[in-house]
Design a protein around this ligand. Structure first.
Ligand SMILES: [Zn+2]
Length: 484
């Protein structure tokens, strides 16, 4: 591979440029669609996205959710009801013409699901016996007029997944928030190997319509936090706005209690690229890779390569349980190594005349090691090394994350830490309620860092500490970090 075809910057030195190159050169997205903020998901990238969707669908259905599908548009009247609640209106795209005629009633491209789904929910439920209801939609888009856009981080059309749950009591909502956290643990930590902290957000920085918002957040290599999902305790706020009522046991009308959960499909993709990737490109957990095993025949121009190619094909047929491919292109061996590394293929098998003669195969892991194995042990070795690769990815990510959480009680030290430290800093803070907003504003203004919130469901214990900003008695230990 020529220099230009590979990644030309180091991830540590220029993360932003590195990220752009991986997105393009590993063929994840095409940004040449022609309308800013709308990207094409290329097959290699979309395979990984589909995996993310599959994992979340699997877990949310295990938790008793059923899938539905709403249109991509929403009535203006319904969106207006949401105005005070969700506050997306300034970013909404409107459809107001068809052909050369103005529509009698304009409608919007959905910025999110509440304003579409809840008016219909108000028609679906009659009795407390109809609840709980847990529904979700997946593999859909949301549209918002974002000014600055980046593939998988921010777009004017971005991929969406949302569950909207309806209960008879507030306790059930809070239980669901913990279920949503378990789903994040299972999918993000176990399947995708992305570490995160789960926060209860401060009042001034929650989803506008929610009683409380909860978010798992991870850290990108530039030290900026990124929100991987969000789950909201909506209380009865939306049920009151959209008139979602049921008859209780005494035949009286009661507003329902609601929660909603939305894993960030794009943000998860961005985190896989950013956190697992290295100077050579993409790194993928074994199950997520479009091609899991690439077989590279070591060919010599002055020799008969038939035996090598035959051996490669034999091996491919033995590995039918995996997504496997032989690279028989005219490219040089070195080019092939680099190309598949850039694309994050987990395992590479190298077979040359020496391997054929000795009945051996050389196996190379995307995470770094390379060694020779006996052909007879092939399937056993594949299984073993796939697990080993996943473990390496997980260890690297979790070490990286742990190293990026610091703690201080002094504002001066916090300022110093935030200057070169890339990550979260745990600090004492006066209040997570609205009265803490002033301190958060000051922090943001002077350091560009935001308050993520307190750990949930188990908050850090605090004793006799003063708010790092105002000096009043601190009620919480909060985590602060810079964000996009
Ligand atoms: Zn304070």
């Amino acid at each position: 591979m020529s220099k230009e075809e590979g990644i030309t910057v180091k991830k540590e030195q220029d993360f932003s440029e590195w990220y752009t190159q991986v997105v393009q050169k590993a063929e994840l997205a095409d940004i040449r669609f022609g309308i800013q903020g709308f990207i094409v998901h290329r097959p290699w990238g979309f395979f990984i996205i589909k995996k993310i969707y599959e994992y979340f669908e699997r877990e949310i259905e295990k938790d008793g959710h059923v899938a539905f599908l709403f249109p991509s548009v929403v009535k203006e009247e319904y969106l207006k009801k949401e105005k005070e609640h969700a506050g997306f209106t300034p970013e909404v795209f409107w459809i107001s013409e068809a052909g050369d005629k103005k529509l009698e009633e304009r409608f919007a491209l959905r910025p999110t699901g509440e304003a579409q789904i809840y008016p219909i929910y108000s028609l679906w439920f009659r009795s407390y016996k109809d609840l709980p209801f847990k529904g979700y939609q997946s593999r859909i888009s949301s549209f918002r007029n974002e000014m600055t856009t980046r593939p998988f981080l921010r777009g004017r059309e971005f991929l969406f997944f949302e569950s909207h749950d309806v209960f008879n009591t507030h306790e059930e909502v809070l239980k669901q928030v913990e279920k949503d956290l378990e789903i994040c643990d299972k999918v993000l930590k176990e399947d995708i190997k992305i570490p995160f902290l789960f926060f209860k957000r401060p009042q001034w920085d929650k989803f506008k319509g929610a009683v409380d918002s909860f978010t798992p957040e991870t850290l990108m290599p530039d030290g900026k936090k990124t929100q991987l999902a969000s789950t909201h305790d909506l209380g009865q706020r939306f049920s009151k706005a959209y008139d979602i009522k049921v008859k209780n046991k005494d035949e009286k009308d009661e507003y329902v209690w609601q929660s909603c959960f939305g894993p960030g499909i794009w943000r998860t993709m961005a985190s896989i690229i950013g956190i697992h990737g290295d100077d050579n490109g993409l790194v993928l957990p074994f199950d997520m890779a479009p091609i899991q095993i690439i077989i590279i025949p070591i060919l010599f121009s002055n020799k008969d390569n038939k035996a090598v190619i035959k051996k490669c094909k034999d091996i491919e047929s033995k590995l039918k349980n995996y997504r496997v491919k032989i690279d028989l292109t005219e490219n040089t061996t070195g080019y092939k190594y680099n190309y598949w590394e850039l694309h994050g293929v987990p395992l590479r098998l190298e077979i040359g005349p020496k391997e054929v003669k000795e009945n051996k195969i050389t196996i190379a892991l995307r995470t770094g090691s390379k060694f020779s194995i006996k052909l007879n042990d092939l399937t056993k070795e594949i299984e073993k090394n796939a697990k080993l690769l996943d473990k390496k990815i997980e260890e690297k990510a979790s070490t990286y994350f742990k190293d990026r959480i610091k703690e201080t009680n002094s504002y001066n030290e916090l300022k110093k830490i935030l200057k070169d430290h890339k990550g979260f800093v745990k600090v004492p803070f006066c209040s997570m309620d609205w009265d803490g907003e002033k301190c958060a504003d000051k922090l943001k203004e002077e350091t560009a860092a935001n308050v993520s919130g307190t750990l949930y469901p188990t908050e850090d214990k605090i004793k006799d500490k003063k708010c790092i900003i105002c000096g009043k008695k601190a009620k919480h230990l909060v985590y602060v970090a810079k964000s996009y």
